[in-house]
Design a protein around this ligand. Structure first.
Ligand code: AMP
Length: 395
């Protein structure tokens, strides 16, 4: 199938509507703009990172079905690209069914992955992928029963959550009621169902970036990462793996992404114990730990996503050496954060910095990422963490 891209702001324009305007979306917009795509960015707040580089934007609650329907009808995009889970996904299904636009990767994939229950049941029960033992609970009584069934230690997460929100680990009986209360506060949709998972004492965890595109499925080298309280802090590529574990990771990634279908990048999260692989979850879009690919690959995960969704070819993906990312977390309360000491921070070769331009911080927020490439993973991690540490923050 031959792909054509027209001229922005004319009848021939290829129009992409981005649902969610965070730092990952910002990079996707930049990559789409390189092909002359007209991009419209949505989010619930003004001046979000991707809005700053899109052709125009709308401030809407994407969980509000009426609002989302109105904006899609107004903009008439060719392609809708979800950047977050919190979207009225039934509206996406309506437009897909009416063949009004393409949903990336598919409306069903966005429906299944917005909810931990949907994706976990698909992986474990339909596809037979190994996962940690799990149970769901809707009430505190059910929750206590689920904890007893799964056993301690176990990890509790709201089914509608990401980035560690509402997530905690239960070590002993004293933690149980606190974990329930915390999960009820931290869910995206307010109070609700939780998943209780057996705690996995993994050797390491990886993100297997997987690209479904017009020519088939391609895989990036595995990305290792460190999470604190369920939130990513550092990642690196390539993560060394045994041949057996690598083979299983690829089979699991192929299986879950085939089941979700469509085109685009997927971040398949896997836990590795020796040669064993457990499926954890999958994002049907670029992954935060995949920011390392901005320095570690010839085509970053964002460039790959843009190519895949436009129907363009993905030739061999080239990994260009041991590389790492280290987030810049800011804590405080400000709408005018400034970053300093940048000359020092970026003085070393093979380092890069992205500042997301987020309009404010209240509490703790990821505001940038430092990237480094080196002779080894240790060297690359060291470079990235030095850049991150050197950046000063004033507010
Ligand atoms: P998630 O939002 O499900 O990706 O969880 C965030 C992070 O929490 C993971 O990347 C792991 O580091 C940790 N985590 C989540 N579930 C488990 C588990 N069952 N056992 C051990 N660690 C976990």
């Amino acid at each position: 199938m031959s792909v054509s891209i027209g001229t922005p702001f004319t009848d021939t324009a290829k129009k992409v509507l981005l649902c969610g305007s965070g730092e990952l979306g910002k990079e996707v917009v930049i990559e789409l703009q390189r092909y002359g795509v007209e991009v419209i960015a949505l989010d619930a707040y003004a001046d979000a990172p991707a809005m700053q580089v899109a052709d125009r934007s709308h401030i809407v609650s994407m969980l509000d079905a009426e609002e989302l329907r109105r904006v899609i009808k107004l903009e008439k995009p060719d392609i809708v690209v979800p950047e977050v889970e919190a979207i009225a996904t039934d509206v996406l299904a309506e437009f897909e069914q009416a063949k009004a636009c393409t949903i990336i990767p598919t409306a069903r994939a966005t429906q299944l992955t917005m909810n931990r229950e949907g994706i976990r049941r698909l992986a474990a029960e339909e596809l037979g992928l190994k996962t940690s033992p799990f149970a769901f609970a809707e009430t505190e009584v059910e929750f206590e029963r689920a904890v007893q069934t799964i056993g301690m230690p176990c990890v509790v997460k709201p089914i509608m959550s990401s980035s560690g929100k509402g997530q905690s680990t239960i070590q002993s009986d004293e933690d149980i009621s606190r974990a329930w209360a915390y999960a009820q506060e931290g869910g995206r949709a307010g109070k609700g169902k939780v998943i209780v998972e057996g705690f996995v004492a993994f050797d390491y965890e990886i993100t297997q970036l997987t690209v479904r595109h017009s020519g088939g499925t391609s895989f990036c080298d595995p990305i290792g990462h460190v999470q604190v309280s369920g939130d990513y802090r550092e990642s690196w590529q390539p993560q060394p793996m045994s041949e057996k574990a690598r083979g299983k990771a690829l089979r699991y990634s192929q299986s879950i992404t085939d089941a979700l279908g469509g085109w685009g990048v997927f971040g398949v999260e896997l836990f590795i114990i020796g040669d064993e692989v457990l499926f954890s979850e999958v994002s049907p879009r670029p992954h935060d730990t995949g920011m390392v690919t901005m320095i570690s690959q010839d085509l970053s995960q964002f460039a790959l996503h843009a190519r895949a969704i436009l129907g363009l070819p993905i030739p061999q993906i080239r990994q260009v050496g041991p590389s790492a990312s280290h987030v810049i977390l800011v804590e405080g309360d400000s709408t005018g954060v400034s970053f300093g000491n940048l000359n020092n921070a970026l003085g070393a070769p093979d380092t890069q910095l992205r500042l997301f331009g987020k309009p404010g911080v209240a509490g703790q927020r990821r505001m940038g990422v430092a990237l480094g490439r080196g002779d080894s993973i240790i060297d690359a991690r060291d470079k990235a963490s030095r850049v991150s540490a050197a950046v000063t923050v004033s507010m």
